[in-house]
Design a protein around this ligand. Structure first.
Ligand code: SAM
Ligand code: SF4
Length: 458
């Protein structure tokens, strides 16, 4: 009797990784594998990894070392994603019990790689004495590591989306920007876009399956260039927003350099496009932006913010900021703080600079002590918290449409999300309990720095 093929998959990192995992899960299922919830129950244990900061990378190696004991039970380990792409065969030296290393640019080769792995499984091998040490079989190493030259995006009809109401569509992969601190161009290959027709076909398919919210994904989603030359990024978003059944379209992440005014004009013109833009700035200082090789100035960034503020709709603006980039002075940091005040972000994701392999900034001296980076991070977060307290109050008394995402039984509240991407927790009478995935009007009655409180408008 054939043994059942099972796998466990854990995902680290960004939304691109989360969506890649949905594609990998679909591919594995198509190959006859069943997904299980615990490592102990799986024949194949996979980690889809992130290497954006050193901490994320170390987490993966800790997990791998944690589970050495599972090896004795004949389990196989695979490392996918950015650490796989970055470290390649070196992973076998650091974690010799790993059998499969597959970078994000190689997922389309997964079926062949899985086949190769299966051929090495004990039941497909002549008998060999079992021992607690690594056997020849467990040391079989399969790699799939494309270099930056790949022109293809990983598309599959088998994507196993985890949420039945809102889902991701990758429209562009890779990055050609080479910011001085960033490992992504080395882990995700060169920039390559799908055709807008294939994106639209996927959006229609999702709408037919009952999805009402689509998030278009890319490392720099607005650098999108239709490989068939038919539609601009703004036109593609508008077309996705006009697919019957689609009520919300989001997009992330945008790069300020390629951010055109037409992106805002389409938000004004097409009601289904969400009124939220995530536009990472990284620093408020021109000196640091230049050293980071970000390709824009503070003034140019603020020009894009002005477009958003002059839109007819109230567009929520969020950002990413790095503190402690090599050479960042107190004055530079003060400029970042003043930018927070000037823009009035609704949320900011803040990071301490982390030196990464292969990146240009690795050659710069990382002279700012970790303690000082932590201090700047705290100051930044405290300032932003104050800003958010004020900004969230602007909704009180307003009625907002939310997509119902879940229920918090302990608090007897429903969890909703607004078009501006804010969590709005609300109460509803039992006689008018909403269904998950539906869109309902909610009146905001209270605010916190990161969420709103309200009641269903019956
Ligand atoms: N493409 C997007 C852009 O250009 O803004 C960013 C994508 S990156 C995956 C997500 C965020 O991670 C970045 O915006 C940056 O703030 C942060 N990040 C990237 N490399 C970093 C590093 N070496 N140290 C600290 N933060 C980093
Ligand atoms: Fe990294 Fe810069 Fe590319 Fe964003 S644009 S993914 S920060 S290299």
């Amino acid at each position: 009797m054939a043994t059942e093929k099972t796998f466990y998959l854990e995902t680290f990192g960004c939304q691109m990784n989360a969506h890649d995992s949905e594609k990998v899960i679909g591919t594995l299922r198509q190959q006859g594998y069943r997904q299980v919830e615990a490592e102990e129950d799986a024949g194949l244990i996979l980690y889809n990894t992130c290497s954006i900061r050193d901490k994320a990378e170390q987490k993966v190696f800790h997990r791998l070392n944690d589970y050495k004991k599972l090896l004795k039970q004949g389990k196989k380990f695979g490392v996918l994603g950015c650490v796989a792409q970055q470290e390649g065969e070196k992973i076998f030296e650091r974690a010799p019990h790993v059998s499969l290393v597959c970078g994000s640019a190689s997922y389309r080769n997964l079926p062949q790689m899985l086949k190769g792995l299966e051929d090495t499984l004990p039941e497909n091998q002549p008998p060999e004495p079992r021992s607690s040490k690594l056997t020849a079989q467990s040391l079989v190493r399969i790699t799939g590591l494309d270099d930056r030259e790949t022109d293809e995006c990983f598309e599959t009809e088998f994507t196993a989306r985890t949420n039945p109401h809102r889902g991701y569509i990758t429209i562009i992969e890779g990055c050609d920007k080479f910011c001085a601190y960033c490992v992504v161009p080395f882990t995700r290959g060169k920039e390559r876009s799908r055709t807008s027709d294939s994106v639209l076909a996927e959006a229609r398919q999702m709408a037919d399956l009952g999805y009402s919210e689509i998030q278009l994904l890319g490392q720099n989603v607005n650098s999108y260039k239709d490989s068939a030359g038919k539609r601009s990024f703004a036109e593609l978003r508008a077309a996705v927003g006009e697919v019957p059944g689609i009520k919300r379209v989001r997009f992330t992440t945008s790069h300020p350099r390629d951010f055109g005014r037409d992106i805002i004009d389409t938000i004004d013109a097409v009601a289904t496009l969400c009124d939220h833009v995530h536009l990472p700035v990284q620093s408020g200082s021109d000196r640091v932006l230049n050293a980071m090789q970000r390709l824009y100035t503070r003034e140019q960034y603020l020009e894009r913010i002005a477009w958003m503020k002059s839109a007819k709709r109230d567009i929520s603006i969020t950002s990413d900021i790095i503190v402690g980039f090599p050479g960042e002075t107190e004055e530079d940091f003060a400029e970042t703080l003043s930018l927070l005040d000037e823009v009035g972000y609704d949320a900011v994701f803040t990071f301490k600079y982390s030196p990464r392999p292969n990146t240009p900034s690795l050659a710069l001296e990382d002279a700012i002590p970790d303690q000082e980076k932590s201090r700047r991070l705290e100051v930044l977060m405290a300032r932003q918290r104050e800003i958010q307290i004020t900004r969230y109050q602007r909704y009180i008394g307003e009625t907002l449409e939310v997509m119902v995402e879940g229920r918090n039984n302990a608090r007897a509240q429903w969890i909703g999300r607004t078009s501006q991407n804010k969590t709005l927790n609300f109460t509803a009478p039992a006689t008018a309990a909403p269904t998950i995935g539906s869109y309902v009007p909610v009146r905001a009655t209270g605010s916190f720095p990161n969420s709103l409180l309200g009641e269903l408008v019956v």
